[in-house]
Unconditional design. Sequence first.
Length: 125
Amino acid sequence: MLDATKTISIFQRQSDPKAFSAGDTIFAEGQFADFMYGILDGEVELLHEGQSLEILQAGDVFGVGALLDERTRPYTAIAKTDCKLAFLDQERFLFAVQETPVFALRVLKGYSDRLNRMARSCRVA
């Protein structure tokens, strides 16, 4: 399986990273979605309707739905700490998958794990 270090290296090859300061909104719930993100450095908190869903760290990816079928963001992403993020649009994602097919497994596993955690938290609440 592809580890976080290799995931980061794939993102580093794809685009110029964007820097966010702690507290910055990366994207907001309901906003148009056209990129997925990979955390190169720092932490990102995901929120839905003001409730914290989880905190992601370097090597994690988020916003994957933008490349699948979602047209708007289902949650808000906030820089929990100063962070550096790389991003991929659908074209660059497909290129990365073609060059490194295991990358797709890492991204889909993260997406699936997040959906499962969200479903469990909804049942508990």
